[in-house]
Write a protein that binds this ligand. Sequence first.
Ligand SMILES: NC(=O)c1ccc[n+]([C@@H]2O[C@H](COP(=O)([O-])OP(=O)(O)OC[C@H]3O[C@@H](n4cnc5c(N)ncnc54)[C@H](OP(=O)(O)O)[C@@H]3O)[C@@H](O)[C@H]2O)c1
Length: 253
Amino acid sequence: MKISGAVALITGANGGIASHFIEQLLGLGVAKIYVCARSVTKLNPLLELDRDRIIPVELDVTNPQSVLTAASQCQDVNLLINNAGTSLNQGLIAASDIDSARNEMEVNYFGMLSMCRAFAPILKQNGGGTIVNILSLLGKVNLPFSGSYSASKAAAISMTQGVRAELAVQNTLVVAVMPGTVDTELAKEWPNPKVAPAEVASSALQAVIDGVEDVYPGEQAAQVSAQLLTDPKGVEKYMASFLPGMMLAGTNA
Ligand SMILES: NC(=O)c1ccc[n+]([C@@H]2O[C@H](COP(=O)([O-])OP(=O)(O)OC[C@H]3O[C@@H](n4cnc5c(N)ncnc54)[C@H](OP(=O)(O)O)[C@@H]3O)[C@@H](O)[C@H]2O)c1
């Protein structure tokens, strides 16, 4: 779809990747961007970019009422970017309880699903439009030091495929974005290599323009996703060598 003239909405707008999406969307000529965050005061620096086209919206994707209120306020959206996510860096067994696993599932899976459900009729009424789901390469393979994050992203990848199938009839493009490690706050303790957040945003927006469904931004994601096709067991075993409790390679190992 054409981004020039589109009306976009992005969740987790105060995050590291989101700020690049917002800058690039403005550069590509969007008519308006609803920038959504749990705390709108965190959005103040972003508003300076373009006070006419950037509209702040309070939104917690895990709160059904908050999602419904945002949907009722943003009826003209035709490009939904589900970017909000959390990673609590816990092992599946090493975690002291399962609260972090539930929390990641609430944000990364149920939160994203709630947004798709709330905005599907809006996209339909606006001609079909596009949903961009920010997923992760870690949904394709489990990284044990953040095993429950991987599981939540795996659920979200499957959900994205299902939503894509259901919304094909209304002409909605559903793009799955699966980067490897991105250089943001969320991954500050993760090992290198890390892709620049600007590259994640530009690859995702290019996919929207070109109508591409699955995107693996950066060299790490491109290589590992190709390797998963030829040697899935080898990739699993390699990832298994990063154990719970290991963060930056070579420091806490
Ligand atoms: N960084 C990576 O290595 C990496 C790799 C692959 C995929 N991703 C995905 O990329 C997306 C963006 O992450 P990032 O790297 O930019 O991290 P980030 O800077 O931590 O941004 C995450 C954003 O999500 C928001 N958020 C968390 N829970 C929320 C909720 N319940 N409702 C609404 N917003 C919520 C956060 O808001 P608060 O400030 O309120 O917490 C923050 O704005 C995430 O989905 C992440 O899983 C990241």
